[in-house]
Design a protein around this ligand. Sequence first.
Ligand SMILES: CC1=C(/C=C/C(C)=C/C=C/C(C)=C/C=C/C=C(C)/C=C/C=C(C)/C=C/C2=C(C)CCCC2(C)C)C(C)(C)CCC1
Ligand SMILES: [Fe+2]
Length: 381
Amino acid sequence: MTEAAATESTESRPASPGGRGSTAQSAEERVDRWFARRPALALAALLPIGAVTPLFPVEVGVATFALGTLVVGMAHGAVDHLVPLRAAPDVSLRRSIAAVSVVYAVLGGAVVAAFFLAPVAAFVGFIALTWLHWGQGDVATLSIAGVDHLPTSAERWLALVVRGGLPMGVPLLAHPEEYRLVAEWTVGLFLVDAGAAATAVDPLFTPAVRAAVGAGMATATLASVGLGYRRVRSGGGGGSNDGGGRRDPAGWRRDVGELAVLWAWFLLAAPVFAIGVYFALWHALRHVGRLVLVDPEAASAASAGDAVGALARFGRDAAPLTLGGFLVVGAVGASVPAGVAAPGDLLAVSLVAIAALTLPHVVVVAWLDRRQGVWRPGVGA
Ligand SMILES: CC1=C(/C=C/C(C)=C/C=C/C(C)=C/C=C/C=C(C)/C=C/C=C(C)/C=C/C2=C(C)CCCC2(C)C)C(C)(C)CCC1
Ligand SMILES: [Fe+2]
């Protein structure tokens, strides 16, 4: 990795993936290494630990999830109010904060209301939303890294289904008991009668549902890997990413390596632990990297090789509303009918609060995706 770009001017605003300035590219490469590739290696190194977690009590997972949320999870959404300001040239700070606050109030409130009105449907909706959002995050990372094997939006959508399905679908296949426990805890916050939550979530855990999710995930993964292989084998072939020249297979190899790590992680590790670690180490960090790139100051620290400086800048921006996010968790905890008595209830309350934060967060991220042409390869690049 060359250090030469560090000395070049840093006034560019690297808001679009594949930006062609050498400074922007350098920042993108470094950020990808710090926030995506190294954490993926770390997750691979953690596999032996993940493999023994099904032997531990679920409280170990709950503590890990809580820690992951505290350390980086909450912060990754806590600069959403600055995203319009940084990714669009014509948005003022005041408009940026006002628009994002309204989106959070309306959509977050709607999610909490949905849990009160129809807790099972709201829970399933949250799983589906997370599937979409975590897939969306990984596709954005691959897009910003400039991979060559996903040249059409259809291929990117298939990659989204696979990437999001690994944390949401594979644990259902491999560890249904713990998955079910979390579903019961969450739905049980709103259905106070003894046994009501267990009966309500029954249909989600039938062998037919699990088999369909398992078969769907295996097929989608093989299809995505196979199509990517065909792309890099056949060279350009009319793709829009590279003007029809040769395609670099390195991005495809990386994609396959990450898929293998994620499949192994979610097959082996206990679900709450697995998702707690994944959320902090994978999804949230990748998004933090993306936010560093749209902030000119943090991006220039990154292109100078200063990871601590880039993170410090992000941390300063994220601190106030990270606390705001914890207030949302507290407010949900204070309002649920069943009250909060056990560690399981704490996890459940955090999940409902996170669901309320996630819907508006997805809207902000989808807006950023659009600005950066993540779903229209070749247009934003
Ligand atoms: C800006 C703003 C703010 C802030 C915000 C924030 C802070 C955000 C965040 C956001 C976030 C922070 C997001 C997150 C996301 C996450 C997720 C999406 C998760 C999910 C998970 C799940 C879903 C899981 C589940 C499970 C388990 C755990 C186990 C097993 C089973 C199951 C799978 C069920 C406020 C409001 C203050 C104000 C306005 C503006
Ligand atoms: Fe996110």
